[in-house]
Design a binder for this molecule. Structure first.
Ligand SMILES: [Zn+2]
Length: 210
């Protein structure tokens, strides 16, 4: 097993073969990690939150769930989860437009830019749009009247989620740089995350190039 740091505010992409897994460790407890999977050969095939909600019959994802792609095929197994299972499937990745809405003038890091940069680093074709991510650890309770509120994550330091590839894919992870809302905690301070790459991962040459 190999451990690497996903630095706060940044993204990384990894090539996974069938059976490879990555465990995302929430070192400080309240860091949201935007998560995508994409076909390495066809960027129109992506991990789909809409199709996954249909397949599981749930708004959220939980330990043991099989997450499906945009062709409804099994793509990622949520193998284990030590958190309380609060993960969002509804909120889009933060992007420059969102930060402009929040009053930012000039550059602000974003998960959408991290997604594109990470794929380009691996020379993986980009989809036409940034797909809806699985927002690990993001706490968005849905009220009875359908109202959504972004609240600080309920996860604790050391909580971790393990994802296993069920088809060859590129997994993209972004340690969300949102520091103007309580997305990553009331302290508004994005943090590093630790990634544990499982042994079989090394054998397929899936380690990042940098
Ligand atoms: Zn973000």
């Amino acid at each position: 097993m190999t451990a690497i740091t996903l630095v706060a505010r940044t993204g990384r992409a990894f090539r996974l073969g069938v059976g490879d897994s990555i465990t995302i460790v929430n070192l400080y407890g309240q860091q949201v990690v935007d998560t995508w999977a994409i076909s390495p050969v066809d960027p129109s095939t992506v991990l789909s939150m809409a199709h996954t909600r249909m397949a599981t019959g749930k708004l959220a994802v939980q330990e043991g769930d099989v997450l499906v792609d945009s062709d409804r095929e099994p793509m990622v197994l949520l193998e284990s989860d030590t958190s309380e299972g609060r993960h969002d499937t509804l909120i889009p990745a933060c992007d420059p437009a969102r930060y402009r809405q929040l009053g930012v003038v000039g550059h602000h890091d974003s998960c959408a830019a991290n997604f594109r940069d990470a794929l380009q680093e691996l020379a993986v074709p980009l989809p036409s749009q940034v797909p809806q991510p699985l927002n690990l650890f993001m706490n968005v309770p849905v009220a009875g009247d359908g109202t959504l509120v972004i609240e600080p994550p309920m996860s604790r330091p050391g909580d971790r989620v393990a994802l296993r590839a069920l088809q060859p894919l590129v997994l993209v992870l972004s340690a969300c740089p949102q520091d103007l809302a309580p997305t990553n905690g009331a302290h508004h301070a994005p943090r590093d995350v630790e990634l544990l790459l499982r042994p079989s991962f090394d054998q397929v040459g899936g380690l990042p190039s940098s």
